[in-house]
Design a protein around this ligand. Structure first.
Ligand SMILES: C[S@@+](CC[C@H](N)C(=O)[O-])C[C@H]1O[C@@H](n2cnc3c(N)ncnc32)[C@H](O)[C@@H]1O
Length: 395
């Protein structure tokens, strides 16, 4: 039995307050009084060979390391799924506490509000909500039945009994609608219509929009009449795992072979690391790259790289239609060699998105907003009546 968690939980809340990630006494109190270790008896970390290693609280040799991780502001991988290639993919995780409270504060939760959480995971966030609002106000769903059973047990161990059920969160929880607030801790390519319908007019929805790998961020919407909702993106980027249609193994992007011999070649002045270094351009590009998940990564080092720690040679991007591009990280007088193959020139689309972003004055996330109606989901600049930057994929 862990008895020494209270000072650690209080220290975490103090640290988050000092760093400005936590500003309200209500959430400071909820965080200080919620035992995260009850919800995460073990977590997984990747070793150098990318193998997942379990760190368990009931292993005396690991206990101190485990307990430190519980009350640190870190995301912890809590459930894995085996894929067909003998590897393992992340099925669930416990979000960084700092991000969780920042989102709960952004959601403007008030006493007596009913809240629906999509993505119960470990149950820790449902515990924070129950601590703050009381069990009767909190509803949480997850697609994974085994995780829901564990979350319910652990919530009870921590003294909470919110309503936690296994179901597809894309459908919301109509039996208990309308809610005052809806928070999604998994990402969606567009806001499901059920979420807007199930939030009371004047109520709020906080969700992570991701139209591709890392393309998008958190948006806070207010529900209006006629199944409409409008709001802005959060100033600080965040990323959650994607909502999936069924329990089990998360989807992986379609594999695309990159045949350099048949590639079209040219050079580009755009920074090859744009998908990671310029997330706004990557988001704008995702509107033309397409609604399906684009994959991106680094190629291994060149054969002739003799450095002790060889660096990646290029960035690659693929889309499921078979299009691919590879952009050399090596800079020749400001130019990077580009190879493109398949039906579309992907790097050209990203260059165009970068020009659009520049022409709009290089906006940050807080200048972007989203209007959701029954007919479309429009991303705009500065004001709902401002220029359209793209339309989210619905239906
Ligand atoms: C980042 S974790 C949530 C963390 C959680 N809020 C906590 O406090 O531990 C994301 C969760 O979304 C869940 N999820 C994925 N697809 C879903 C769906 N269609 N409906 C509901 N939950 C889903 C995953 O199973 C995973 O547990």
């Amino acid at each position: 039995m862990t008895t020494d968690w209270r000072p650690r939980a209080a220290a975490l809340a103090d640290k988050l307050r000092a760093s400005g990630k936590l500003t309200t006494p209500e959430w400071h109190s909820a965080l200080s009084q919620t035992p995260r270790h009850v919800f995460v008896p073990e977590y997984y970390r990747q070793d150098r060979g990318a193998e997942w290693i379990a760190v368990r609280g009931d292993n005396p040799a690991q206990r101190e390391k485990w307990l430190d991780a519980m009350y640190d502001n870190t995301v912890l991988v809590t459930a894995l799924a085996d894929n067909d290639n003998g590897g393992q993919l992340v099925r669930s995780s416990s979000t960084q506490p700092g991000l969780m409270v920042r989102m709960l504060e952004a959601l403007e939760v008030r006493d007596g509000n009913t809240v629906l959480e999509i993505g119960a995971g470990t149950g820790y966030n449902a515990a924070l909500l129950s601590q703050r609002l009381g069990d009767g106000c909190v509803y949480s769903v997850d697609i994974e039945p085994d995780l829901v059973d564990l979350a319910r047990e652990r919530l009870a161990e921590a003294g909470h009994h919110p309503t936690v059920v296994a179901r597809d969160g894309a459908d919301g929880f109509p039996e208990h609608a309308p809610f005052d607030r809806l928070i999604a801790t998994c990402s969606v390519p567009a806001i499901p219509a059920a979420w807007v319908r199930q939030v009371r007019p004047g109520g709020k929805i906080l969700a992570d929009i991701k139209t591709g790998v890392s393309a998008g961020s958190l948006v806070l919407l207010t529900r209006y009449d006629d199944d409409a909702a409008v709001g802005r993106f959060d100033p600080v980027y965040a990323a959650f795992m994607a909502l999936r249609p069924s329990a089990g193994v998360p989807a992986v992007p379609t594999r695309v072979d990159r045949n350099r011999d048949a590639a079209r070649q040219r050079t580009s002045q755009l920074n090859p690391t744009t998908p990671w270094d310029n997330l706004l351009t990557w988001f704008l590009a995702s509107f033309t790259l397409g609604p399906d998940v684009a994959a991106a990564g680094y190629t291994g080092p060149d054969d002739n790289d003799t450095n002790e720690q060889p660096a990646p040679a290029a960035v690659w991007i693929t889309t499921p239609d078979g299009s691919w591009t590879e952009i050399s990280l090596r800079d020749h007088d400001g130019e990077h060699r580009v190879h493109e193959g398949g039906p579309r020139n992907l790097w050209t689309l990203i260059e165009q998105a970068h020009r659009d972003w520049t022409d709009h004055g290089q906006p940050d996330w807080d200048r972007l907003g989203l209007t959701v109606t029954r007919d479309e989901q429009r991303v705009w600049l500065d004001e709902p009546s401002g220029p359209t930057l793209g339309t989210l994929p619905t239906g």
